[in-house]
Design a protein around this ligand. Structure first.
Ligand SMILES: [Zn+2]
Length: 410
């Protein structure tokens, strides 16, 4: 365990001497962190396009496109475009506040193109760096070249904002939304071709959408896989777990059928993940039933397996280990939505997955929304006891479990 750092949000006010000592410890740990032998190629495997862009970049889109951003001063406008931990009670409030706004600001073809291009730029420029504090330069820890971006194409057509699917048409055409996202990926890979940048898209179904609307996304996947080989790399299920936890066997069967329509299980060029077990809406029985039915290669936020394990029920961890299912973990996101109490709980959870033989990767879910990039999350966890070996293993796991076509990753 690394030396203690008093949590920044702790109730006790530190004296000047204590504060200076804390800064010195943090600086010493940063020097240790930067000596880690990080892989030369790294992949972000769990990131929503709606949360990817920094407030600065999405604020730039707002200026260019004339969006009405709340706030009088520049700082207030930037704060409005970030998630605020104090405003977020849980996953549902997180998904119903900041995300609809950001997704609306990407809901036309040109904005999709610009969002993907800007995301690639920020990935190469910032995601592997750490801010040291005001007046000090960022330090670079590693590079991120593999980007899996996920989004729900139907939610970018404005259909949902016009009363929620169910056969309604959005203002924008879904084919154009997808085309321009891919155009952004093409442009970024050409512009940054010396970096080894690789972008692939995971299409999300929505727990908050009807079977009919999810069916439209699935059909779009089949079309787009033919039209843009190698670009649409996987399928996910996202949205509020409380709305459709899939505890109803009929709804689970419907979802499994949709997954099978998108691609057969085991298709080497199209893989499966699912957000499952992030909240108490999903208990261990539903967690196991969902993994059995949807046959995912990876699972986002499988905290349900850890919660059950703490009570002596290890079936979730054993199932993941037996089937080689990788856990996609996202620290700041879970902290923000109050899914975990603190960093120590998170590090203990990761170690429990290690003991159970379940591979896991570390991702951000929404580095821009959270105003904390990939390297900053890893450094925070390092301060709370995550070891250099665990960090390097997680980065190799991200590369190995990536849905991106095999390239320079290990
Ligand atoms: Zn997510």
């Amino acid at each position: 365990m690394n030396p203690d750092i008093t949590p920044e949000s702790g109730p006790r006010i530190l004296s000047t001497t204590e504060h200076q000592a804390q800064l010195l410890r943090k600086q010493a740990l940063l020097e240790q962190f930067l000596k880690i032998q990080f892989p030369s190629y790294n992949t972000e495997t769990h990131l929503h396009l709606g949360g990817a862009l920094s407030a600065h970049s999405i604020g730039t889109l707002a200026v260019l496109h004339g969006f009405n951003v709340e706030g009088r001063t520049h700082d207030q406008k930037m704060a409005f475009l970030r998630a605020n931990r104090d405003d977020i009670k849980d996953l549902d409030s997180y998904l119903s506040t900041i995300y609809p706004l950001r997704e609306a600001m990407q809901s036309n073809p040109e904005l999709m193109y610009q969002s993907v291009m800007l995301t690639a730029h920020e990935a190469l420029r910032y995601w592997g760096t750490i801010r040291q504090g005001s007046g000090l330069p960022r330090v670079s820890a590693y590079e991120m070249q593999g980007i899996e971006l996920r989004f729900n194409p139907i939610k970018r057509t404005t259909t949902i904002r016009h009363g929620g699917g169910n056969g309604q048409r959005g203002l924008f055409d879904m084919d154009r939304i997808v085309l321009d996202a891919i155009r952004g990926a093409d442009a970024a890979e050409i512009y940054f071709k010396d970096t080894g940048l690789k972008i692939g898209f995971i299409f999300c179904l929505g727990r908050d959408l009807s079977v009919e609307d999810n069916g439209k996304v699935v059909r779009k996947i089949k079309e787009c896989r033919e039209r843009y080989p190698g670009r649409i790399i996987g399928l996910d299920l996202a949205g509020p777990e409380s709305e459709n936890p899939l505890s109803d066997p009929k709804k689970l069967a419907e979802m499994a059928a949709l997954y099978d329509i998108a691609a057969a299980p085991g298709d080497p060029a199209f893989k499966r993940t699912v957000h499952c077990g992030e909240t108490e809406a999903i208990g261990i029985e539903t967690f196991l039933a969902t993994l059995n039915a949807l046959k995912p290669n990876r699972v986002g936020h499988p905290i349900a397996a850890y919660r059950a394990s703490l009570e002596g029920d290890h079936r979730g961890l054993e199932f993941m280990a037996k089937h080689g299912i990788t856990a996609e973990f996202c620290f700041e996101s879970n902290l923000m939505t109050k899914r975990i109490p603190d960093a120590r709980y998170f590090v203990s959870m990761l170690s429990r997955f290690d003991e159970a033989g379940v591979p896991w990767s570390l991702n951000t879910d929404g580095c821009g929304t959270h105003d904390r990039n990939h390297a900053e999350e890893l450094f925070e966890l390092f301060q709370y006891g995550l070891t250099a070996e665990q960090i390097v293993a997680a980065m190799h796991t991200a590369n190995q479990s990536s849905f991106l076509p095999r390239g320079e990753a290990d």
